[in-house]
Design a protein around this ligand. Structure first.
Ligand code: NAP
Length: 258
């Protein structure tokens, strides 16, 4: 399918690895020029080179997207942003009794306020152009919260509420904004959560992965490439009537009808 977005420009945040890279690659395959970021320059430059193999322009900026300075660097790299994919590392797991105010502030800075600041920065240009696509990478736990990921649940549902209202306000300008909710995908983040489970239950990493896969109806972890292909579709010409949705990609893990 021709996604109809060749030669558009996208910012894809936190994209040297994992789901961010999957989204960047999905867009690169559709001919979208990219501005990507991550904090560590080496893997970021490697990712940029892989993406350039698809024949698109890639600007790679080593920065922390959760800071004002990082966001300014990324935003300054674009003359016009057609597509924004927000993303950052997720908060650590833990227990409600351990989390203090600073832990919540950190989680909200990364997974709620950083995407909101980026959205606010790009929306005026998209509205002027009468075209824009925004996809926020959130989490399956927005629909089915997990007790040990309370910091993530809190920050991401805040972003979800903001997107629910704002997306409906800007839809009349040709801007389609939605959230993409990953279930367990085979990335470093999944390894980190598997490692936590292995330590908590005194089992091996392989046993932790098998245990978590067994709870997924598809009986496997998702791949960043299939996540990226869905993101690219949500950024395509064909997705202009999709507004304010929370699209769950979790192999059927969360049992809900909406
Ligand atoms: P990942 O494999 O650990 O990759 C994270 C990427 O983000 C890396 O490129 C990392 O590079 C970059 N990054 C992290 N923090 C950043 C920051 N502050 N500024 C700029 N770049 C940053 O993670 P992932 O699995 O793709 O997860 C992406 C998001 O989806 C996370 O928020 C995660 O919590 C959420 N999620 C993932 C899963 C899953 O199973 N994978 C499930 C639900 C939700 P640097 O470290 O060099 O910055």
């Amino acid at each position: 399918m021709d996604l109809g977005i060749k030669d558009k420009t996208a910012i894809v945040c936190a994209a040297s690895k994992g789901l961010g890279f999957g989204c960047a690659e999905g867009l690169a395959k559709a001919g979208v020029n990219l501005i990507i970021c991550a904090r560590t320059d080496g893997p970021l430059q490697e990712a940029a080179n892989k993406l350039r193999a698809h024949g698109v322009d890639v600007t790679a900026i080593a920065c922390d997207i959760t800071t004002d300075e990082g966001r300014a660097l990324v935003l300054d790299a674009a003359t016009h942003v057609d597509i924004l994919v927000t993303n950052a590392g997720g908060p650590p797991p833990g227990h409600w009794s351990d989390w203090e105010r600073d832990d919540f502030i950190k989680a909200m800075d990364a997974n709620m306020l950083a995407p909101i600041a980026l959205i606010k920065a790009v929306l005026p240009g998209m509205i002027d152009a009468k075209w824009g696509r925004i996809v926020n990478i959130t989490s399956l736990y927005v629909k089915g919260p997990s007790a040990n990921l309370g910091l993530s649940n809190t920050a991401r549902t805040g972003l979800t509420g903001y997107v629910a209202g704002t997306s409906r306000d800007v839809a009349k300008h040709g801007v389609a904004m939605n959230n993409l909710l990953p279930g367990i995908h085979a990335t470093d983040r999944a390894v980190s959560l598997d490692t936590g489970l292995a330590a908590a239950q005194n089992i091996t990493l392989a046993e932790a992965k098998t245990q978590r896969s067994a709870n997924i109806p598809a009986m496997r972890y998702g791949e960043p490439s299939e996540f990226g292909a869905t993101c690219a579709f949500m950024c395509s010409q064909h997705a202009g009537f999709m507004i304010g949705q929370n699209i769950l990609l979790d192999g059927g893990f969360i049992g809900c009808t909406i």
